[in-house]
Design a protein around this ligand. Structure first.
Ligand SMILES: CC(C)(COP(=O)(O)OP(=O)(O)OC[C@H]1O[C@@H](n2cnc3c(N)ncnc32)[C@H](O)[C@@H]1OP(=O)(O)O)[C@@H](O)C(=O)NCCC(=O)NCCS
Length: 182
């Protein structure tokens, strides 16, 4: 995974009906540690990070980078949405030069089941479509990850292929802001 480029970063905070997508702040540190060390969150994404080690590694102000949005509900972080460049050597590509923009999302379990992930990801995709018009976005998720599979469908991703990776079946889909003509 490499950082998203070429985009002007950071954009102004993105406001949706209930949420704000913004850069990480010092006050998000505890929620970020919670997110990455939660066994529930880690179930289909390689497991949780070891808490002690992870806590030591997260700086006072969690690292900011192009493509990383903290999702804020009433001033508190409930999850993150990311847009990165997919590594060329991994399976799953829709462009001859690889390096597609790839959507990722992780939310704290107490924020599941409210439509927040749909709302935040749709806003991030909308921002992306404005920043890099006509570029597709890809998404890869384990087929066993029901919540993530439903989210991908709601966002308008369509299946390209399925393959095995990390010992599990993966669903690989694509989204485009350009409506196909004809
Ligand atoms: C994947 C993940 C983000 C999905 O979260 P989620 O809360 O299920 O996703 P959504 O925002 O789409 O919410 C949908 C649910 O909210 C409900 N909902 C309630 N109010 C709603 C509203 N106002 N608008 C929309 N949906 C609403 C929907 O009915 C749906 O419930 P259901 O799943 O019981 O049918 C979350 O499970 C997660 O963080 N998982 C761990 C990390 C992970 O695996 N990431 C995938 C990496 S590929």
């Amino acid at each position: 995974m490499t950082e998203l480029g070429p985009v002007a970063w950071p954009p102004a905070p993105i406001r949706t009906e209930r949420l704000v997508l913004r850069e990480p702040e010092a006050r998000d540190r505890a929620a970020i540690i919670e997110l990455f060390t939660s066994p529930e969150v880690g179930t289909y994404i390689g497991g949780p990070q070891p808490r002690d080690e992870f806590e030591r590694a997260v700086p006072e102000v969690p690292r900011r980078r192009p493509g990383l949005f903290v999702v804020d509900l009433d001033g508190a972080m409930i999850g993150i949405v990311t847009l990165d460049r997919r590594d060329a050597e991994r399976p799953g590509h829709v462009r001859p030069d690889a390096a597609e923009a790839e959507l990722g999302y992780m939310f704290l379990p107490e924020a599941w089941g409210c439509g927040y992930a749909t709302e935040a990801c749709a806003a991030a995709l909308d921002w992306f479509a404005g920043a890099l018009p006509s570029e597709p976005v890809v998404l890869c998720t384990q087929t066993a990850n029901d919540r993530s599979m439903r989210l991908a469908a709601k966002l308008g991703f369509t299946e390209v292929e399925r393959f095995e990776e990390y010992g599990a079946e993966q669903w690989f889909g694509v989204w485009s802001s350009v409506t196909p003509s004809g």
